[in-house]
Design a protein around this ligand. Structure first.
Ligand code: GLU
Length: 276
């Protein structure tokens, strides 16, 4: 059965890029007689604004989508802690106290997700009183799994290349999981078979594929869709105050009609889809 999902983080309102992602995921599930899930990804600590989750539900309803909601990430801490412990027991995690600035300073390569962590803390086993984050030792994990591949609906078969990102943080100093660990565990727990998300997360999938292999999780397929650009050709972003779905909804506009337009590739507010 096809199971797709929409997994927004409640740290800013939804814009048309989110609407596009949700509509495509919804329609693919419906066409296949499958399930479309909503998962609120509220593990961003103080950046999470729980009240936004209700806005998201109103937005999706306004667009005429139907979904099944699965537990929010904030309720899943125990499963993250358990998985991190397994990885630690397998010798695949090491503690790290480097700050973002230190990583940027020490990095000699810039990967698809920014400065590549040069492994300063690799080999450490204890951070003592001060605490720290925990990173995945990618080389060691790859030694266990061997080469891996994954499939993207648009880009085709991919050779997993987690080394391009460097050793990612899996457990944050202040939180039981980073995005990478939480999303991989949740998609598996929710039975997601097709992970639909924007192309900006394409490189993250290399890490997720590796995590699936070391944790023995099922391997879904992916569909990384093109991103929506604004009139000036820039990616839509919450921080640039791209017009929110809720602005249109609260102005009394017809969400069903907007959703139909999006299905036909017609975008509001001069937005357009980035070219391949
Ligand atoms: N929660 C992430 C976001 O809102 C998306 C995660 C995903 O689709 O994998 O950007």
């Amino acid at each position: 059965m096809t199971v797709t999902r929409f997994a927004p983080s409640p740290n800013g309102p939804l814009h048309w890029g989110h609407a596009y992602s949700a509509i495509v995921a919804h329609d693919l599930a419906r066409q296949a007689g499958g399930r479309f899930l909503l998962r609120i990804e509220d593990i961003d600590g103080p950046r999470s604004r729980p009240e936004l989750a209700d806005e998201f539900r109103r937005d999706l309803e306004w667009l005429g989508l139907e979904w099944e909601e699965v537990p929010a990430q904030g309720t899943r801490g125990a499963s993250y802690i358990l998985a991190a412990q397994r990885l630690r027991d397998a010798g695949l995690l090491y503690p790290c106290t480097c700050t973002r600035a230190e990583v940027a300073e020490a990095a000699s390569t810039i990967g698809p997700e920014g400065p590549v962590y040069p492994g300063t803390c690799r080999g450490r086993s204890d951070v003592g009183e001060e605490g720290g984050a925990w990173r995945l030792d990618v080389r060691r994990a790859l030694d266990l799994t061997g080469p891996l591949t994954w499939h993207d609906a648009l880009a085709g078969e991919q050779a997993a290349d987690p080394l391009s990102i460097g050793d990612p943080v899996l457990v944050r100093k202040d939180l039981p999981a980073s995005y990478h660990l939480a999303v991989t565990l949740d998609d598996a727990a929710d039975g997601v078979t097709l992970v639909m998300r924007g192309r900006d997360l394409f490189a993250a999938t290399h890490v997720h594929r590796l995590l699936q292999a070391v944790l023995g999780l099922p391997v879904p397929r992916w569909h990384h869709h093109a991103l929506l650009l604004d009139e000036d050709g820039r990616k839509l972003a919450k921080r640039r105050r791209s017009k929110a779905l809720s602005d249109h909804r609260e102005a009394g506009e017809n969400g069903l009609a907007w959703a139909e337009k999006v299905r036909m590739g017609k975008w509001p507010c001069g937005n357009r889809l980035e070219k391949d």
